[in-house]
Design a protein around this ligand. Structure first.
Ligand code: C2O
Ligand code: CU
Ligand code: CU
Length: 498
């Protein structure tokens, strides 16, 4: 009998595979609240509830810099919730790094100084740049050392971001504050005359676990399962902020920079979220929704219209409950930030009917299909509680090339979470892809999954198929779950383009 069937028949969490004996050592070394509920096993972990604040702090906007900049990873302080607490930053007094904003074609030259007491590096999430500049987990910068990231931006307009990627320490360093935005602009985007300046707001949404002195990061075993979540939502580095807005259209550039938490974004007045872009830039056409899921690593470019709201109106960006998120996610609705209408203006902007030309890649152009089983939790290593999260039963190993891909090939990759109990936002370095199909679970693509993506959410029971045009960026890149606890636990493989 297959082990999986054995587990099914005994009624212990479907999709979990335990090698003989280690299941019991696992139980012996975990506290009950960690991994079990009253019904027995709860291998997906527990929800971590949000404690809402009072939305009395002004939303800060990270300073914008060019592609010629110095970033210094450092221990510093930042006023996150009224107190100056210890954080990690890419600049002094900042939990977030500056927003790097460049036009397509720019030669970026970013000198990175690592003033942490541990190894770090920078990965440019969403940028299609050579492997030796990508911040591979083994390409690290030692404490006290520096590295120049030099590359030419060669991609369409879009919202990308940067964060550390050292093997095994990505999650903690990102959670303690190291992240920033990297925006690319181009002429196609400029021609649309989208709301800009004060009417284009970057929103980096993260959850943090705060004390009066700092950010706690000490995941228990259950939190390696669920991912590490916090009780406080911060936007652009400040807890539960507010923004004053005029009665007109705004463009919101949203990043879910959380380690693990998925948001089901909506506005409290149920106004339309008009999605115009995602990870890889503008969609073909705008699409209006009332709510949309945003997983760690994913970005959204949306228009929202505050026209018609009278002065004094308060509208909240919130996260609503959602289904299929496993045992730890989607159980609680909460407010994220407040928009307060303080100015009445004429609103002449109209949403463009067409945004960009995007050609769907025909599946027939794929030369190879690769399937990746991502249902995790093969407890084959006894008391050693790392390496629970795997891809095709493999834990990340920098000395092993898992997939060899030919330059310029187009391939279909399938992420199979059909037997899994946890959400996995799967992310590929070095490419953008199109999402072809989702089976099981939600059983369809969402409004933000057309166009180009670099991260796709695969919820429990789902199988998601993507099509990837690999170009000519030869070298070794990683692909992984962007639940950063899963990633640090080993849910990451390498492909080599050659
Ligand atoms: Cu944003 Cu490999 O990550
Ligand atoms: Cu990335
Ligand atoms: Cu995962």
């Amino acid at each position: 009998m297959k082990r999986r069937n054995f587990i099914r028949n005994t009624g212990i969490g479907t999709g979990s595979i335990f090698a003989g004996g280690s299941f019991f050592s696992l139980l012996a070394s975990c506290t009950k609240g960690d991994m079990m509920n009253n019904n027995g096993m709860n291998m997906g972990g527990q929800p971590f509830p949000i404690t809402e604040g009072n939305f009395s702090r002004l939303l800060p906007i990270p300073n914008t810099v060019t592609g010629n900049v110095s970033l210094t990873a450092q221990a510093t302080t930042s006023n996150v919730n009224g107190n100056n607490i210890s954080v990690l930053g890419y600049q002094a007094n900042g939990i977030l790094g500056p927003t790097i904003r460049v036009n397509n074609g720019t030669n970026a030259n970013i000198s990175f100084q690592n003033n942490l007491s541990e190894k770090s590096n920078i990965h440019w999430h969403g940028l299609k740049i050579p492997a030796n500049m990508d911040g591979h987990p083994e390409d690290i910068v030692n404490p006290g050392s520096s590295f120049n990231y030099q590359f030419t931006v060669n991609q369409r307009a879009g919202l990308n971001w940067y964060h550390p990627h050292p093997d095994g320490a990505t999650a903690r360093q990102a959670f303690q504050g190291l992240a920033g935005l990297f925006m690319v602009n181009d002429s196609e985007e400029a021609a649309l005359n989208l709301p800009s300046g004060n009417f284009e707001l970057p929103l980096v949404i993260q959850d943090k676990r705060l004390t009066s002195s700092g950010i706690t990061y000490n995941p228990s075993m259950g939190e390696v399962m669920s991912g590490y979540m916090g009780e406080t939502i911060i936007v652009n580095g400040v807890a539960f902020p507010f923004a004053e807005v005029a009665s007109r259209f705004y463009r919101l550039r949203i990043l879910n920079g959380s380690n693990a938490r998925i948001y089901n974004l909506a506005f409290s007045n149920n106004t339309d979220i008009i999605i115009i872009g995602n990870d890889g830039g503008l969609l073909k056409n705008p699409i209006a929704v009332k709510n949309i899921l945003l997983a760690p690593g994913e970005r959204l470019d949306v228009l929202v219209n505050f026209a018609g709201a009278t002065i004094g109106t308060e509208i909240f960006l919130e996260s609503r409950v959602f289904d299929n998120g496993g045992s730890a996610q989607g159980k609680q609705g909460f407010k994220i930030m407040k928009f307060k209408v303080t100015q009445s203006v004429n609103n002449s902007f109209t949403v463009p009917v067409s945004l960009s030309s995007i050609n769907a890649i025909p599946p027939s152009s794929s030369s190879k299909t690769r399937t990746f089983v991502i249902n995790a939790m093969q407890m084959s290593n006894g008391m050693n509680m790392t390496g629970i999260h795997r891809i095709n039963d493999k834990v990340y190993d920098s000395s092993r090339i898992d997939e060899r891909v030919a330059a310029n090939a187009t391939e279909i990759w399938v992420f199979d979470n059909s037997q899994g109990d946890e959400p996995h936002p799967m992310h590929l370095h070095g490419v953008h892809f199109q999402v072809l199909e989702r089976k099981g679970g939600r059983a369809k693509l969402t409004a933000s999954e057309s166009g180009w993506k670099d991260t796709v959410l695969v919820l429990p029971r789902e199988t998601v198929k993507i099509i990837i045009p690999f170009a000519t960026l030869e070298g070794v890149f990683v692909f992984h779950c962007h639940n950063l606890e899963h990633e640090d636990d080993g849910m990451m493989l390498q492909y080599q383009l050659a």
